[in-house]
Design a protein around this ligand. Structure first.
Ligand SMILES: Cc1cc2nc3c(=O)[nH]c(=O)nc-3n(C[C@H](O)[C@H](O)[C@H](O)COP(=O)(O)OP(=O)(O)OC[C@H]3O[C@@H](n4cnc5c(N)ncnc54)[C@H](O)[C@@H]3O)c2cc1C
Length: 481
């Protein structure tokens, strides 16, 4: 089959674009080398939908941050993923930082960001009593939101599949050729031919551009470590807390997540290896020292999980979005922060570019804008939980005790596309609580094996050889055995 558009990379950028393209009568495929979409940088970030005033003006990042920010409410409403506009405070710890807040406020207002205001000490104490009392002033931005980025990727792609997208996971593009009006992508699973190709390969976008014969930029990885804290601290702060930024970084944040936990991070360290997602003692020490200056009640002892993500930093330090000298090949590269925030706007921009490059954009009259929303049992009121369990007793078979996730929710996640232990975890929170899967991992594996009709030995944590059982005979896979 020949496609109209092939997207390389199923991170937030590729997923948002796939979702947007399915509004038109087009044959679209998305190729992703990981076992599931969203498993690259897009699952390992702070999950903040930035207010709209942080990225420097006169950059693509700056334009698309605010445009993207404004698209999130409708998206979350249609697709049913978690999204809360909780607002943020950028704080000044000494008088020299106050002009920086004022400059940010001015920059944001110029761009049209609504609700920005500078708070004095009494207001800060009233609204966020657990912040460091020495904080002198803060810039309040109500437009900041938080979301679970992986949940968004799953929801975008699920909806796009309902509208006809063909997703090919575990499929690495290893060479690109062009014949006539068509670009051919060579993969381990054969060739994919398409009139237009979108390079949304994140950290590897420079290699993909090179394969296409248009090597115009280099991508360097910049690692950010993040630390997730126990739910015991829920409610300690209400808004995302930013330190006063420096020209190099937005700094280390304190983030009340969508799920009621608190996350702290990220660091910003250039690394050589595009696969180096290690966390380090130095990173933890840097983060907790920085966070302590903002919210003194937070301690390293509250950490229940840690991870790192790699920003795909282009040598221009800005997003690279546009057509290339190879007709039909479009780069969407260097999508570092605020790439999550900007993704819906990036997708719209790429659709416009495709139109300019000659793709016919005929609206799809049968387009389905929304998707059936996943049930999150622990978030339901008790009476609804009881009714649900009566209707489907699998919801009362609790698999993850920490997060109160039942068999019904896990089976639903697998039917929606989860193929790995992390796929189930990120869709349901099974394994994300205090015990970090100590109790439920084996039960989830049994359900994966049963639902996918696979031997236990083939199951992985996140694909890519991350086997859960090594050098063993097949284990029994009926739940409860
Ligand atoms: C620590 C950290 C914190 C951040 N916090 C925020 C934040 O709070 N808010 C915000 O707006 N942004 C944030 N960001 C930035 C944001 O995470 C990124 O901008 C965004 O995830 C980039 O998405 P992407 O789709 O471009 O890349 P990716 O998610 O990396 O997707 C690219 C995909 O391409 C696939 N791929 C690569 N090569 C091939 C190939 N040859 N064949 C097939 N597939 C291939 C990869 O497997 C991957 O899934 C943060 C980033 C980091 C690292």
């Amino acid at each position: 089959m020949q496609y109209d558009v092939a997207i390389i990379g199923g991170g937030i950028t590729g997923s948002a674009l796939a979702y947007e393209l399915m509004r038109y009568r087009l044959n679209v495929t998305l190729l992703e080398k990981a076992t599931e979409v969203g498993f690259g940088t897009s699952k390992s970030n702070s999950g903040v939908i930035h207010a709209g005033h942080h990225a420097p003006p006169n950059t693509l990042k700056g334009q698309l941050e605010w445009e993207g920010n404004q698209l999130w409410d409708k998206l979350a409403d249609e697709l049913g993923f978690g999204f809360k506009r909780i607002g943020e405070l950028t704080v000044a710890l000494d008088a020299s930082q106050i002009p920086v807040l004022e400059e940010l406020e001015r920059q944001g207002k110029e761009r049209g960001v609504s609700g920005l205001e500078i708070w004095d000490q009494p207001r800060i104490r009233r609204e966020e009593p657990n912040l460091n009392p020495n904080i002198l002033a803060a810039l309040y931005a109500p437009t900041t939101g938080v979301t679970n980025p992986y949940e968004v990727c799953f929801a975008l792609v699920e909806n796009a599949i309902r509208n006809g997208l063909v997703v090919q996971c575990d499929t690495t593009v290893s060479a690109i050729t062009k014949e006539g009006g068509c670009i051919t992508l060579h993969t381990g699973h054969g060739e994919v031919r398409s009139r237009f190709v979108i390079n949304a390969a994140g950290l590897f976008a420079d290699q993909i551009a090179e394969m296409a014969g248009v090597p115009a930029f280099r991508i360097s990885p910049r690692r950010g470590e993040e630390y997730l804290l126990d739910k015991r601290l829920a409610g300690l702060i209400e808004r995302v807390i930013f330190p006063c930024p420096t020209p190099a970084s937005k700094g280390i944040l304190v983030i009340p997540t969508c799920d009621g936990t608190i996350m702290v991070g990220p660091t910003a360290d250039p690394v050589d290896d595009k696969r180096d997602v290690s966390t380090t003692f130095a990173g933890a020490a840097e983060i907790f020292a920085a966070v302590n200056r903002l919210v003194p009640g937070i301690s390293e002892r509250d950490c229940i999980a840690e991870f790192a993500g790699l920003r795909a930093v282009a040598d221009t330090e800005d997003f690279i979005i546009g057509a290339s000298p190879l007709k039909g090949f479009i780069n969407v590269a260097g999508i570092q922060s605020p790439g999550l925030t900007a993704a819906p706007a990036i997708a719209r921009k790429v659709v416009r570019i495709l139109g300019d490059e000659g793709l016919d954009l005929i609206p799809n009259e049968t387009y389905i804008p929304n998707a059936p929303k996943p049930i999150h049992f622990s978030g339901l009121p008790t009476d609804e939980q009881i009714l649900l369990c009566q209707r489907d007793p699998r919801y009362s078979q609790i698999v993850c005790r920490c997060e109160c996730v039942g068999e019904g929710e896990i089976v639903d996640a697998i039917r929606r596309g989860a193929r790995t232990l992390d796929g189930v975890k990120l869709r349901t929170r099974a394994g994300m609580g205090r015990c970090q899967g100590g109790f439920c991992t084996w039960r989830v594996m049994q359900l994966l094996a049963r639902e996918l009709n696979l031997p236990m030995t083939t199951l992985t944590k996140h694909g890519d050889g991350s086997w859960l059982i090594c050098d063993r005979e097949d284990a029994p896979c009926s739940p409860g055995s």
